[in-house]
Ligand binder design. Structure first.
Ligand SMILES: Cc1ncc(COP(=O)(O)O)c(C=O)c1O
Length: 253
């Protein structure tokens, strides 16, 4: 049987690249009108990937809908929920599905140290799932995949809850400022529950990317499913000031 993956469009594409490399079909389901996963349409394949909060839109899929989807999905379908940005999600409509791993052996939750812990590039993350699933995945694991420095950094990160609170607050404050500045310039952002925003430019973003880049400001790439939107990562306040100055220059040019 041809094994197939279902995922949203747009979403974080790494898994589609792996699926393609192993000759699997990928079924793309557009996000719904609220930029949540259109879960009702994401049934019928062997693996469903749900990124919550979603990259690149920064939007969430509401907890009741996700819970119901996990309850209803047959055990033959693996549901993979990527919670890379969970620390930033503060909406009452958001919840982590890690507690649902109990009683749902087809649920896998992925986390990474690359976001709030600022360990991007250190290649450290983990999955939470039923023991049998973890064992099965372990058989495909790269030999000695983890490196000791990343593990030491991850352990220190888990012991530093203050860092998480600080990072979350700094992100919330700076993101609020960026959203307000973009609004002042005439552009709305999708409601962000992550450390980046997706701004609706109402025109092709592509030319702006080059113009920003030539001013030394790198925003997200073009996402073909949303060609009129610009994804901007929240950096330090100074970095975001530079971004806003450059943005105002290039949109008015
Ligand atoms: C949704 C999502 N999952 C996973 C990752 C990657 O995490 P890692 O650096 O651990 O490979 C990213 C990074 O951009 C992401 O956006």
């Amino acid at each position: 049987v041809a094994r197939r993956l279902t995922m949203a469009a747009p979403s974080f594409e790494a898994i589609a690249i792996y699926a393609g490399a192993s000759g699997r079909e990928v079924v793309n389901v557009p996000l719904d009108r609220s930029y949540a996963h259109d879960l009702e349409k994401m049934t019928g394949t062997d693996l469903v990937y749900i990124c919550n909060p979603n990259n690149p839109t920064a939007t969430i899929t509401p907890k009741e809908r996700l819970r119901e989807f996990i309850e209803k999905t047959p055990p033959s379908t693996i549901v993979l929920v990527d919670e890379a940005y969970h620390h930033y999600a503060e909406s009452p409509q958001y919840e982590s599905v890690i507690p649902l791993v109990h009683g749902h052996p087809n649920l896998v939750v992925a986390r990474t140290f690359s976001k709030i812990y600022a360990m991007a590039g250190l290649r450290c993350g983990y999955a939470v799932a039923d023991e049998k699933v973890i064992e099965a995945m372990g058989r495909h694991q790269q030999w000695d995949a983890m490196n000791v420095m990343a593990m030491v950094a991850a352990q220190a990160s888990l012991g530093d809850q203050e860092h998480v609170a600080r990072g979350r607050k700094r992100n919330r404050d700076t993101r609020g400022w960026v959203v307000a500045q973009l609004k002042d310039a005439g552009y709305e952002c999708l409601p962000s529950e992550a450390n980046f925003v997706m701004a609706d430019l109402r025109r092709p973003v592509k030319p702006l990317l080059g113009a920003l880049s030539s001013r030394g400001v790198r925003v997200g790439r073009l996402f073909p499913a949303m060609p009129d939107f610009m994804r901007v990562t929240i950096g330090t306040h100074e970095e975001m000031k530079r971004f806003i100055d450059a943005f105002r220059d290039v949109v008015n040019a």
